[in-house]
Design a protein around this ligand. Structure first.
Ligand code: AMP
Ligand code: FES
Ligand code: ZN
Length: 300
């Protein structure tokens, strides 16, 4: 197997691109995909500070690494979910990454913001842990960006994540979720920052290869609550389709973005209010995060 660019020995074959690359040319291919994502969706400019949400996993640390290398102004944000050893270790990975590069990192403990860590939130709400966790993450990312005057949050969602989310939404015909699935969500309210996913063109295998070749030390374990999650089952199904027909995931996601997404956009915009308690954006009077914090407070 030879590198498509230089003819040297290839280290990685990318079947969906019908190509193989040596290490330096793969790294350049990876960076080019991020550049293309940022350019195509006008994600952020060099004059803006980007809040990069890092979990300690390969995707978000690979993303931060690329953006630092490209010279963007970035600040990391780690949300400490309080999920036992998993959180202790993932926080340490983020702190070590930031310290080695002299990059600023904000750490926000979910327990301080909500009143309890994710495992307690799960017990109180009696809903899947990922629901209270996901709600808190989205809320705290936006709040941290607003508090620090940053106009945009970048997450490490990759092609596999996005294809699996799309698959889940289509399986249940969640037509209100479909228009929100996008590599770049604009700010629709002064208290809502932009959200972008610069890795949406890159697969999980590609981000793992990038992290490995760049010597990034990341947490390999998944969150212990992720076991048995439907998103994992959806990823397995899509991987089987990808094996049989390379490019299947890409075609599924990109076909949706290019041809179908617009059809699900609602004609009338949803009215956004400011939460009567915390001032962040909500479609009701009190936001879902404040309601969750109340529920936790009553129960603990
Ligand atoms: P996940 O939902 O765990 O697949 O994570 C998707 C993306 O959300 C990651 O790539 C990160 O950008 C962000 N993220 C997940 N967990 C955290 C965390 N604890 N702190 C900050 N960002 C996170
Ligand atoms: Fe939120 Fe696992 S990361 S429950
Ligand atoms: Zn609120």
């Amino acid at each position: 197997m030879k590198c498509r660019k230089c003819g040297d020995v290839a280290v990685l074959e990318l079947r969906r691109h019908n190509a193989a690359f040596c290490a330096p040319d793969f790294l350049e291919f990876f960076r080019n995909q991020v550049r293309e994502a940022v350019r195509k969706h006008r994600m952020f400019g060099r004059d803006e500070r980007v809040l990069v949400a890092v979990s300690g996993g390969k995707d978000s640390l690979a993303l931060w690494d690329v953006l630092l290398g490209e010279g963007y102004q970035t600040t990391g944000l780690y949300l400490d979910l309080g999920i036992f050893d998993y959180s202790v270790e993932s926080r340490a990975k983020c702190e070590a990454f930031a310290a080695a590069r002299g990059a600023p990192l904000l750490v926000v403990p979910v327990a301080e913001a909500v009143g309890a860590p994710v495992p307690v939130i799960q017990a109180v709400t009696r809903r899947p842990p990922c629901s209270g966790c996901g709600l808190s993450k989205r809320y705290l990312m936006n709040r941290a960006a607003l508090e620090h005057g940053m106009p945009v949050v970048a997450t490490g969602h990759n092609l596999d994540d996005e294809a699996a989310t799309l698959f889940g939404s289509v399986m249940h015909w969640q037509t209100d979720a479909l228009p929100r699935q996008s590599p770049a969500l604009p700010s629709t309210h002064p208290k809502l920052v932009r959200r972008v996913k610069p890795l949406y063109r890159l697969s999980e295998r590609e981000t793992a290869a990038y992290a490995f070749l760049r010597g990034i030390d990341y947490i390999v374990e998944e969150c212990p609550f992720a076991e048995g999650a439907t998103s994992i089952a959806h990823k397995e199904i899509l991987n089987r389709m990808e094996d049989a027909s390379p490019g299947a995931k890409h075609n599924f996601l990109f076909g949706f973005l290019d041809k179908a997404r617009a059809a699900f956009e609602r004609a009338e915009a949803v009215a956004l209010n400011e939460c009567a308690r915390c001032g962040q954006v909500t479609t009701g009077t009190v936001c879902a995060f404040c309601k969750l914090a109340d529920q936790v407070k009553r129960a603990t």
